[in-house]
Design a protein around this ligand. Structure first.
Ligand SMILES: [Zn+2]
Length: 672
């Protein structure tokens, strides 16, 4: 993106993209003033909104973590993508076609091409599996899905399909459209290498790994990532002493590829845009040799399991609307709960949550009802998931169903009303933990109580907010009947390993109303320049009035900003003049950026020649007063030479007279 034409496109796009709308896709925003909106920051965990978006000036700023930028920066950060990708995504959201995609390198272009093609492969594969489900050979799969209580609507909604027993049908269907190299990276196929290739490969790859592989295509086990099943039939290969140099002259014979997923019910995994990026296949075979019960696509250029939440594409709107999500463990649970009308459900797919997933979910709501049994045997993944949600400052409720019931079974046996009632009775996570600690250490003696505290401490320690930790300590001491001081001591100790979140005092509070007006005036230079297409609020103002020029003139000719809390910010704005379009890029320090954002976010009143002039007068007064104090201090200096004394006395008179002058503006002017 270096050419001017792409820069023009970028600028045009920025003008068209309403930052409030784009950000609104990720953050629940509410109006918080004439031109700004507020919401929970997607870049740091928080409970009270400190993330602001300025509608007119088209930037965002978080007063909690200091993140700041325009619509491109936002999408880039929140999606974790490159700048060209962010431009493309925004263009897509607006329905604007890109002029010509330009990549920073041929490699980047190639990667993007592969990703696009892989998405196409998955669209085709999903359609193929759906078609197979309808055909006679899909009878078993249909029977299985029916047995799980899935109706036609749900099957269609989740694009559930059937992977036939033959390993070649999918390949033959896709080979007509895509080249084989692409199919090999799609994660949908396996292959056995020919003898030549096998030797060559083994010369490069680690021997140990291959020996460990079983000759079965699919390893035994409950769930498995299919990548572990890749080149198979290697264990019998005595290739340790093959000679790579000899092999280099032979051209490797690509081995035939065949479907990784065979005789399985196929559940597409989609990204949050609803694009199929991977599959989970549930075996329909009772034979153990058929491989794991659930087989997942391996990681591919379009699929990274740590970044995906199952069903988020279907659930995100409901999560936003209902302001909470329901987190279940398995995809089947998720589909059942969704089909029963609880549309805000997502699944972690059996693995522990990652920070990325937690952040992804947090974009839509920070409240979650966790519906899996945190007590299940060996559920370290569950514990990690909950721990992570605590660390990301989620408001967590735990829904514990009767023993032996998972959400799927519960809904099928007891119905959706019972599930709704159970949801209502979900428990706060820490209440749940306290109950469990009490159950584990029921004795009422002090030894048992200490054990309970020790059991709870690591959980409490995960809470980032010190105040919340403190509240928890109190609650626990009450519920366990422990002397609060002792427990608090323990907690304090536990808390020291965390860096305490501190409230930073800023210069903001010391900045006067007059300074605010002048900073707004200075910042308006950039606003005028960037077209003013959006600033309908400027309609009807005096065309001659240029607040920026008026402020610049006054501040520079009299150096009125010297010694003010906002001095460095004013200097940065004065230096830039009308050169820059992005006003938020001008401040030189984080603190100044924050100050500028705060001032711009709270601008309510229209700037008029009178308000600007009033502000200048107010600063002049401040300046004169300060100078007068200096003069008076100077006059008290012992041994002051007569000439200097004379000069200071004259200045004192001048300053006093100036301060008395009504033209200077007495208190009560708009600016003070
Ligand atoms: Zn933030």
């Amino acid at each position: 993106m270096t050419s001017t034409s792409s820069d023009n496109f970028k600028e045009a796009l920025k003008q068209r993209a309403d930052i409030v709308r784009i950000v609104g896709d990720y953050v629940k925003l509410r109006k918080d003033g004439a031109q700004n909106f507020k919401g929970l920051c997607p870049f740091h965990a928080e409970k009270t909104a400190s993330f602001s978006v300025h509608a007119t000036r088209q930037f965002y700023h978080c007063f909690g973590c200091g993140e700041s930028g325009d619509v491109f920066t936002f999408v880039q950060k929140v999606e974790n993508i490159t700048f060209p990708e962010a431009v493309r995504l925004i263009a897509q959201k607006l329905g604007v076609s890109m002029p010509k995609v330009s990549f920073s390198s041929p490699a980047e272009a190639r990667d993007a091409q592969v990703r696009m093609a892989l998405l196409d492969v998955h669209v085709r594969a999903a359609a193929f599996f759906q078609e197979c489900l309808r055909r006679p050979e899909g009878a078993n799969a249909r029977e299985y899905l029916k047995g799980r209580g899935l109706d036609a609507e749900t099957i269609a909604r989740f694009r559930i399909g059937y992977a036939p027993d033959s390993g070649f049908l999918l390949r033959d269907a896709l080979r007509r459209e895509f080249d084989e190299e692409l199919l090999r990276v799609s994660g949908l196929f396996s292959w056995k290498e020919s003898s030549e290739e096998r030797s060559q490969v083994s010369g490069v790859r680690s021997q140990a790994k291959q020996v460990l592989r079983s000759s079965q295509d699919d390893n035994a086990g409950e769930t498995s990532d299919a990548k572990d099943e890749q080149p198979s039939a290697m264990s019998d290969q005595p290739s340790a002493n093959s000679n790579p140099s000899q092999l280099a002259t032979r051209s490797p014979q690509p081995a035939a590829i065949y479907s990784k997923f065979r005789n399985r019910a196929m559940f597409p995994i989609c990204n949050d845009q609803g694009k199929v990026i991977a599959f989970t296949g549930r075996t329909l075979s009772a034979d153990e040799k058929a491989g794991p019960k659930y087989l997942n696509s391996p990681e591919t250029p379009i699929y990274s399991k740590s970044r995906v939440l199952f069903n988020l594409d279907n659930a995100k709107e409901a999560i936003r609307k209902l302001e909470y999500s329901i987190l279940v463990e398995g995809q089947m649970d998720c589909i059942s709960v969704f089909a029963a009308g609880f549309h805000n459900v997502i699944a972690s797919s059996g693995t522990a949550f990652t920070e990325l997933q937690a952040k992804l979910l947090g974009r839509f709501s920070k409240k979650v009802v966790v519906n899996f049994d945190p007590d299940t045997a060996g559920a370290r993944a569950t514990e990690r998931t909950l721990g992570l949600l605590v660390e990301e400052e989620f408001n967590i409720q735990v829904l514990t169903l009767e023993t032996g019931f998972d959400p799927d079974l519960f809904i099928r046996r007891k119905g959706k009303d019972a599930y709704a009632a159970a949801l209502k009775h979900s428990q706060k996570y820490f209440d749940y933990l306290i109950d469990r600690a009490r159950a584990l250490f029921p004795a009422r003696n002090s030894e048992s109580k200490v054990k309970a505290v020790n059991h709870l401490l690591p959980h409490i320690q995960r809470v980032p907010n010190r105040i919340v930790r403190d509240e928890l300590a109190l609650e626990i001491s009450q519920k366990l009947g422990i002397d609060s001081a002792v427990l608090r001591q323990e907690l304090k100790h536990a808390a020291t390993t965390r860096s305490a979140a501190q409230v930073k005092a800023t210069a903001e509070a010391q900045v006067t109303g007059a300074e605010r007006v002048l900073i707004r005036a200075l910042a308006s230079a950039t606003e005028m320049q960037s077209g003013g297409t959006r600033s309908s609020t400027r309609d009807g103002t005096d065309e001659e009035f240029d607040p920026a020029r008026q402020a610049q003139y006054a501040l520079l000719s009299e150096q009125l900003y010297e010694g003010l809390a906002s001095q460095s910010l004013m200097e940065a704005l004065l230096q830039a003049g009308a050169e820059t379009a992005d006003v938020m890029a001008l401040p030189k320090t984080e603190e100044d950026r924050r100050l500028l954002a705060a001032i711009l976010m709270s601008e309510e009143e229209e700037l008029t020649p009178e308000t600007v002039e009033g502000a200048v007068r107010a600063l002049r007064r401040i300046y004169y007063r300060r100078r007068l104090e200096e003069v008076q201090r100077g006059l008290q200096r012992p041994g002051l030479p007569l000439e200097e004394r004379q000069a200071l006395l004259q200045e004192k008179v001048r300053l006093k007279r100036a301060l008395m002058d009504p033209v200077l503006g007495e208190p009560g002017s708009k600016a003070s």
